[in-house]
Design a protein around this ligand. Structure first.
Ligand SMILES: [Zn+2]
Length: 292
């Protein structure tokens, strides 16, 4: 079974190893090369909750990628640590269409996602109809508080803000069952399947994750409605991830939704334009980042 297009709804342009540190523009070229190799039509690039040598700011990425036809930018917020994100600037970028979503990092940034202070953030998301992405589940950092990233807390905000669309990143790993319940219960909650392993899946772990995901999909009833493909590249490799997608036994309709339709709708990616005269191929691929 195959799908018409593939959108990777979760990638980064961060460096995760000092030894492979390089300029962001080079990193972006690498992303496009990987997308071409794997057949990814479009990628959602998400910035971090902190900015340093290894984590480019949203301003830097805007300089490289504004209006790039194959990239959607989502801005990660810093809400507890310093320096805190400036919400006025965030709102301006969203208003101007430069940024198409907000990412929150509860746990890493040591607040729970149902913290009342987030109301202003959710109001902005509702006003401009952009999704709020949330890190859920396991954190790669020992200084993060994982309880605060539990997927069940997403139910609180899904109920309190019915006019906001939320995306649980990583399916609340390893609390898949709780994430499935939150998805099943709330029509305004979505999830991506990104970041369930680091690097390559070992054979055993791949089987395990596929099994847990299949369980979850059975529980949810209609996974085509809310699940999105995403990898978490460069933390994981793209190829094993596409393989995982193909092993989840979706029917054709569900697969098209998971592969691209749901992401295209949430992030307002103009996938219809791709279909003009090129039914089964990815959109035209510019050689690299758009000129700034
Ligand atoms: Zn990520």
């Amino acid at each position: 079974m195959s799908y018409q297009y593939l959108i990777d709804a979760h990638v980064h342009l961060n460096n995760y190893h000092e030894s492979t540190r390089r300029p962001t523009a080079e990193h972006a070229l690498d992303l496009f090369a990987k997308m071409d190799e794997i057949g990814i039509a479009h990628a959602v690039v998400i910035t971090s909750y902190k900015i340093d040598l290894d984590r480019p700011s949203v301003e830097e990425l805007l300089g490289l990628l504004t209006n790039h036809p194959r990239i959607t930018l989502v801005e990660g917020l810093r809400w507890r640590g310093e320096p805190r994100s400036d919400l006025f600037s965030v709102e301006e970028r969203i208003r101007d269409g430069e940024v198409k979503g907000i990412k929150l990092y509860p746990g890493y940034d040591q607040y729970p996602i149902n913290d009342p202070s987030l109301e202003t953030v959710f109001r902005i998301a509702a006003k401009y109809a952009v999704p709020v992405l949330i890190h859920t589940g396991d954190t790669y950092s020992k200084t993060a508080k994982v309880r605060m990233a539990h997927p069940l807390l997403v139910d609180d905000i899904a109920v309190d803000y019915p006019d906001v669309q939320f995306v649980m990143c990583h399916l609340g790993n390893p609390w898949f069952q709780d994430a499935a319940e939150v998805l099943y219960k709330n029509d305004n909650v979505f999830a991506d399947i990104s970041g369930l392993t680091l690097g390559e899946f070992t054979y055993e772990f791949e089987r395990y994750v596929a099994m847990r995901l299949k369980d979850m999909i059975t529980y949810m009833g209609n996974p085509g409605k809310q699940l999105m493909y995403g990898s978490d590249w460069p933390l994981v490799r793209m190829k094993p991830y596409v393989k995982l997608l193909n092993e989840l036994n979706f029917d054709q309709e569900q697969l098209e939704n998971v592969a691209w339709r749901t992401a295209a709708r949430l992030f307002r990616i103009d996938a219809a334009a791709w279909a003009n005269g090129r039914p089964a191929s990815p959109p035209p691929a510019p050689p690299g980042p758009a000129p700034a």
